[in-house]
Design a protein around this ligand. Structure first.
Ligand code: KIV
Ligand code: ZN
Length: 389
């Protein structure tokens, strides 16, 4: 039986928190970690313990309080980093150390002034060192998106042999096209002899707006973990958005993949993250933007009122979005106007609506959105007796 469970690794508290202005204190991080656990994420990357005493403390307290999710701490391929991560995770029920190093020729040369062979050795040593503290070790090959596939396969084979249980293939700069990222995962599956001993993870950045597409392509080609953040927060243009990948797998259920996410909690947690990190969500953001379930043009409104499925592929309540909205603007049509009057308690004939519509369009042209107070004014002036008892 194929294993089609996709593990959700949330890095809002680590990669997401790296965003300028999104810094959280320990109390805020603990509150978000508890909500992420409630959401059903499998792994919470709680921070980078060696980076600051504050982050060490946050990881330590999250490790102590989280019960079901695995708690993960990031480290570089440096013994001291790994020791500090292990110390911060000491009280976790299910701790994971995430360690790794850059593997692209660019990183090897520019960042480390090193060679492929030396980096391969460091990768092996960091995984072995982490395994002294925990059984659950994830290795990341930073800039894997631009790493030569043959060398990447050698590194991945070696770190699995050294004890890595998850292998992360980051497209750190968001450079890959979806088919290229998918081919990279397929290459590893076909060329790493011990790949069945580890879970392959996608960690895709959004520099070209392809993070979600690349992560899904990774899953279609055999990856079984997605690293993502609420609202797609993360370095530069962000990470893969958790709500997007989860809803893609849910809506395309015929593909057979499933996650453990309680999708009705997606909008509430998105709002909490936006408020706590002081980073508003763009209105047209998929799943959690304020316009994600709003309809404003006449053609769409008419179709939506006849059958919501004409213009909505997700039920708003499935993602905790409250409900669909008909927004009345100069692009709206008569059926939306009649519908809104009915909601306000007025039943008008087709003829009445034709007349009221002329007035409505004039008001709509003078402002962005026509409010209920405008409509109530129109209705009481035009035919007060049209009110439904
Ligand atoms: O983008 C990246 O490569 C990372 C690693 C540290 C996993 O965030
Ligand atoms: Zn990253």
């Amino acid at each position: 039986m194929p294993n089609n469970r996709v593990y959700i690794f949330d890095t809002t508290l680590r990669d997401g928190e790296q965003v300028p202005g999104c810094k959280l204190n320990t109390k805020e991080k603990i509150e978000l970690a508890l909500q992420l656990e409630e959401l059903g994420v499998d792994i919470i990357e709680a921070g980078f313990p060696i980076s600051s005493p504050g982050d060490f403390e946050s990881v330590k307290q999250i490790a102590a309080i989280v019960k079901d999710a695995q708690v993960c701490g990031l480290s570089r391929a440096v013994q001291k980093d790994i020791e500090v991560a292990a110390e911060a995770l000491k009280l976790a029920r299910n701790p994971r150390i995430h360690t790794g190093i850059g593997t692209s020729d660019l990183h090897i040369r520019a960042k480390f002034n090193s060679t492929r062979e030396e980096i391969l050795e460091r990768a092996i040593q960091c995984v072995k060192w982490a395994r002294n503290f925990v059984d659950n070790v994830e290795f990341y090959a930073e800039d894997a998106g631009r790493t030569d596939n043959d060398y990447l396969a050698r590194v991945i084979e070696a770190v699995i042999k050294a004890g890595a249980t998850t292998v992360n293939i980051p497209d750190t700069t968001g450079y890959c096209l979806p088919h290229q990222y998918g081919e990279k995962i397929a290459y590893l599956i076909n060329n790493v002899p011990n790949i069945d001993k580890a879970i392959i993870s996608c960690h895709c950045h959004n520099d070209l707006g392809l993070a979600t597409a690349n992560s899904i392509s990774g899953v279609l080609n055999g990856a079984r973990q997605i690293e993502c953040t609420i609202n797609g927060l993360g370095e530069r243009a962000g990470n893969t958005s958790l709500e997007e990948v989860v809803m893609i797998l849910k809506q395309h259920h015929t593909l057979g993949y499933h996650t453990n996410i309680k999708t009705e909690l997606l909008n509430p947690i998105s709002q909490t993250v936006a408020d706590t990190m002081r980073m508003p969500v763009q209105a047209n953001k998929a799943i959690v933007g304020s316009n994600a379930f709003s309809h404003s043009s006449g053609i769409h409104q008419d179709g939506f009122l006849k059958d919501a499925l004409c213009y909505e592929i997700i039920k708003p309540e499935d993602v905790g979005a409250g409900g669909s909205k008909i927004v009345l603007t100069a692009r709206s049509g008569r059926s939306a106007l009649a519908h809104r009057f009915r909601k306000l308690g007025y039943e008008f004939t087709r003829n009445d609506i034709d007349k009221l519509y002329e007035q409505f369009v004039k008001i709509a042209d003078s402002k962005k959105e026509v409010e209920d107070t405008d409509l109530l004014g129109m209705a009481t002036q035009y035919k007060p007796e049209a009110v439904i008892a």
